[in-house]
Design a binder for this molecule. Sequence first.
Ligand SMILES: [Zn+2]
Ligand SMILES: [Zn+2]
Length: 646
Amino acid sequence: MSEIMSTITVSVKDGDSASMEVGVSVGDALGALLSNKQRKQTVAARIDDNLVDFTTVLNTDTTLEPVQIGTREALEVLRHSTSHIMALAVRDIFGDEVKVAIGPSIDDGYYYDFQRSEPFTPDDFDRIETRMEEIVRAALPFTRTTMASADAIAHFKELGESFKVELIEDLGAETVSFYQVGDFVDLCRGPHLPNTSFARAFKLLRVAGAYWRGDENRDVLQRIYGTAFFDKKELKKHLAALEEAKKRDHRKLGKELQLFTMEDQIGPGLTLWLPKGSQLRRLIEDFWKDEHYRHGYELLYTPHIARQDLWKTSGHLDFYSENMYSAMDIDEVKYQLKPMNCPFHIGVFTSSRRSYREFPMRWAELGTVYRYERAGALHGLLRVRGFTQDDAHIFCRPDQLADEIVNILDLNLHILRSFGFAEYDVYLSTRPEKSVGSDENWERATEALKFALEQKGLDYEIDPGEGVFYGPKIDIKIKDKLGRSWQCSTVQVDFNLPDRFNLEYVGADNAMHQPIMIHRALMGSLERFIGVLIEHYAGAFPIWFAPVQARILNITDDQAEYCEEVYKTLRKAGIRIEKDLRNEKLNYKIREAQKAKIPYMLIIGDKEKTEGTVTVRLKNGENLPAMPVAEFARKIHEEVVQGRGY
Ligand SMILES: [Zn+2]
Ligand SMILES: [Zn+2]
């Protein structure tokens, strides 16, 4: 027996429910079920796991969970909707001059890709924003329609919107959905805001070239980036943070502070460390090596190239070749630059017969690797083609795995904290669909990672199925002073390479067994870590790893000779010292030292020269009482010990 249902029950999660007509829209249903105040805060709804907007039509009993302003989802709906508003504004102003492509929301805002022969200018931005404001004030609804794909293709062909035609053709669906705001119809899945009036606080940020569908052989489009918030105050805060980030940009500071450079003559993505940057890097490396030694590691050095056969055995030629540089011939044998250090450490392992008594082996190397990155993806020190990983491989017995992971995290947190990073986002990635290794091994390794995270009191999120095919892993992102997250440390258990290289050891039972291998990098790479350090400290590094700790400034030429003496004494005492003995006004020299973010200035006039002292000027402009040169050296050494920990 069947009966045609003409009513359904619609409920709000943890709220009211009512009987409604079949085909009621989410907007109307929420209108009836929510208070006025709640409704004003609601921009979309969730049905089970799906985000829907007010245009969605309900045909069965449904529970709606309102998506309210203040949530991440609401912000994404707002930002994506604002990209439509921007596209409408651009179409209104430029008409047929532009073709539209796509406009998603991204981490901090949204973008929309346009094709237009003329570049968008700052003046255009003003005009677009003004038009967007008018659209927002008009409170235009986002309406949804569906169309047969064939009709949609014909429609967009007539409009000359070839990008949309291609998208619909590629979707290969019977019907496609469209959203219309004003007279701008866009192919889109949604969801969107109920109407444009919610988009009160937005800003266009910049325009950049972007290939259609990320393909270097296709058209270059103009990507306009923007951001949007529900609240004008939050937009203002965000724009101020962007301004601050610009000031801290490591590429800008790297040049100003003379830390590193990249030269066309050398090649893109290849770093030249300038003397000061090299000093900074040496200090980090020394600390890193010392701490590894203290934590039970041995240090290795390995070559930069190896026979191609090695990369065949390791599997890199099969799975990683697009990131590797082409082979070179040496005595008619093919060699390749290393993209990873792992096979070399395995070579150390297999260089002699191993016994269970030798484990764990903890081998660390600042290993320089080369990987191909597309030119468009290169970004300062953060994305380069040659970089030095702070790598280590631990070979251990299965019964040692959990303790080893704890030991790794111990050192990991110690190093990150020493450099001033105390906040982390931690992820544990578990077994993906395609993987190697037995169920038992995966379970044991995943449990060991969990155990170690809990031992160290780290809150973590599980990324189900996001592990590497060869084993589970922990990723740690560090938070910088602006609250931005940077991927940094990784700890990966590997069941694959020991198998590929037939690693084995003699067990207590005299039989041969396979060891477990762990890969880990704490800073990720020196390049990336230093890039983050520059932005975190805005170039004003703590005294213990500041490349220059003090600069000597004379008041007149009369003290030049004494200054040279002080300079030599302090340099001998291991202080990282510079001198500015130019015949310039003291104030000018002080300003320059401040710009160079030098922690201490040593001001030397006649009084200091006669008494054999220096007057220490702090960054904040305060002067310490004059002190003997040796006392200043002692003060610096004490501060270094404090910062470095010993
Ligand atoms: Zn959309
Ligand atoms: Zn490795």
